[in-house]
Design a protein. Structure first.
Length: 66
């Protein structure tokens, strides 16, 4: 039985940001929204890095010769 996309719930539309993109066409409000979204994404990436570091540290401790 195929999955109905409507059953998956609402999709969150996220803007696409290109580094170095021309910003002259954006309003002040749009630029503030972009900054906020980018700061949120940076925080999410930092948390992912911390999680990977913790995993690596745990693996290193487990396989450390005694």
């Amino acid at each position: 039985m195929p999955i109905d996309p409507e059953d998956l719930g609402p999709r969150i539309k996220t803007p696409e940001f290109l580094l170095g993109q021309d910003l002259s066409a954006f309003s002040e409000h749009e630029l503030e929204l972009r900054i906020s979204a980018m700061e949120t994404e940076i925080a999410r990436c930092r948390e992912a890095v911390k999680a990977r570091q913790a995993t690596r540290s745990a693996a290193a401790a487990f396989f450390r010769p005694s």
